[in-house]
Design a protein around this ligand. Structure first.
Ligand SMILES: Cc1cc2nc3c(=O)[nH]c(=O)nc-3n(C[C@H](O)[C@H](O)[C@H](O)COP(=O)(O)OP(=O)(O)OC[C@H]3O[C@@H](n4cnc5c(N)ncnc54)[C@H](O)[C@@H]3O)c2cc1C
Length: 378
């Protein structure tokens, strides 16, 4: 079997995690990034990013505010019936579309590594002359070799099946839907409005458009079965969402949707592949921290791979152990908190009681938000 090119590191998947790792590692090693979709593309995502990763993005040469990102410092949340609380975000964040952000990162990655548009169909590891070597095959029958592989292929991929990851066999009952709207909403607020079976984020992105993105249980959606009717009949029972859909002008012909969004536990290292971003574990979107976690995990693995001599095969086991440990220390409790909040928000009674408590003790909300976020990365 002939392999067209050989690399120190291959990164499979060019979302936020893969692109940040490609930029970070590209100036130290021979790196290839393989992404199946063209840039720029829209993605189902609330597009609110925590400020914790802003200084790190700047070190990679990415400046969201120079590209129109909106500074967001306030949070509001409403119950199914529209009761509202407001709070200051402890660290704040910014709104920028994935269309713009991923494109900025991609352009930067092209400066430091090889980038290929193709779908990876398999990743196999072999022992060659007492060192591991990965063999990567793509849909267009190209083959690449690499000493190390980063799995940055997102929440759900054909590769999870090929790698026999246990979470992939469990059915997931979540559906995500996103559109951009023309709508008058405050520039500095990210809102989370609850409805039966899910919640919907509303916040501004660059150019003043408004991101409207919701996660719903499939059960709740299936009872109606059509996105337009679902928004009118279910989401619009919340008066804040009713205003969004009545007054907002959708800027797209059809919303973007994804199904089978899974929040099951995953392994940070599987078959010697270092998983980063959603491939390693996905936090519930209500935490507004998935993108920051994806970027942060790229930083963690990049630093480990730069600080250890990866050409010495003896270091592989230590790097794997160190990554699993640091990944768990950094993210495990955030994922747990995210799961607990998700359970709470899906119960109308619990949401009502929590909102009452939050009105009486306003410091509760920033304290909970802090638990799903990390410290500023430098
Ligand atoms: C409804 C919803 C709302 C959200 N809202 C927010 C929010 O407001 N704030 C926030 O911080 N987070 C939010 N998130 C989470 C956030 O979107 C993710 O955590 C983030 O996108 C993870 O980045 P990633 O790089 O790991 O994955 P992705 O951005 O999904 O990138 C993975 C890439 O891998 C590619 N790929 C997959 N398989 C292959 C293959 N075989 N070969 C080549 N390429 C492949 C894909 O095309 C994709 O580009 C939300 C998520 C959902 C579902």
């Amino acid at each position: 079997m002939n392999y067209s090119d050989s690399y120190d590191i291959a990164i499979v998947g060019g979302g936020l995690a893969g692109l940040c790792a490609a930029i970070h590692l590209g100036s130290h090693y021979k790196v290839v990034l393989i992404e199946k979709k063209p840039y720029p593309s829209h993605k189902v995502c609330g597009e609110y990013i925590s400020n914790e990763i802003l200084p790190y993005l700047n070190t990679l040469g990415i400046y969201p505010f120079k590209n129109g990102a909106k500074a967001i410092s306030k949070f509001e949340m409403s119950t199914h019936t529209g009761n509202l609380i407001q709070a200051k975000l402890p660290m704040g964040g910014f709104g920028i579309s994935r269309y713009t952000l991923d494109q900025l990162l991609f352009k930067k990655a092209q400066e430091t590594c090889d980038t290929i548009q193709d779908t990876v169909t398999s990743i196999d590891v072999k022992d060659v002359a007492s060192a591991k070597m990965f063999q990567i095959q793509t849909k267009t029958n190209k083959r690449y070799q690499a000493k190390y592989v980063l799995g940055a292929f997102g929440k759900r991929s054909n590769l999870d099946i090929q790698l026999k990851r246990s979470f992939i066999t469990k059915k997931s009952h979540w559906l995500g839907v996103k559109s951009h709207y023309e709508l008058d909403v405050p520039e500095d607020v990210v809102a989370l409005h609850n409805f039966e079976g899910g919640y919907c984020g509303v916040s501004q992105i660059e150019n003043g458009s408004v991101n409207v993105c919701y996660l719903t249980s499939f059960k709740s959606f299936k009872a109606v079965g059509d996105i337009g009717r679902f928004q009118k009949e279910v989401l619009s029972k919340n008066l804040h969402l009713k205003r969004v859909f009545n007054e907002g002008k959708c800027l797209w012909n059809t919303p973007l949707s994804i199904s089978q969004v899974s929040f099951e536990e995953k392994e940070p290292v599987k078959d010697h592949i270092f998983m980063i971003g959603d491939s390693a574990g996905m936090i519930h979107p209500l935490a507004g921290n998935g993108m920051a976690m994806a970027i942060h995990s790229a930083k963690l693995i990049s630093e480990l791979l730069i600080n250890k001599d990866i050409l010495n095969e003896e270091n592989r086991t230590t790097i794997e152990t160190d990554y699993v440990n640091i990944w768990n220390q950094t993210f495990h409790s955030r994922l747990q908190t995210g799961r607990r909040i998700q359970r709470l928000l899906l119960s109308p009674t619990a949401t009502k009681v929590s909102l009452k408590a939050a009105k009486l003790f306003p410091n509760i909300v920033p304290a909970i938000i802090k638990k799903t976020h990390g410290k500023v990365l430098i």
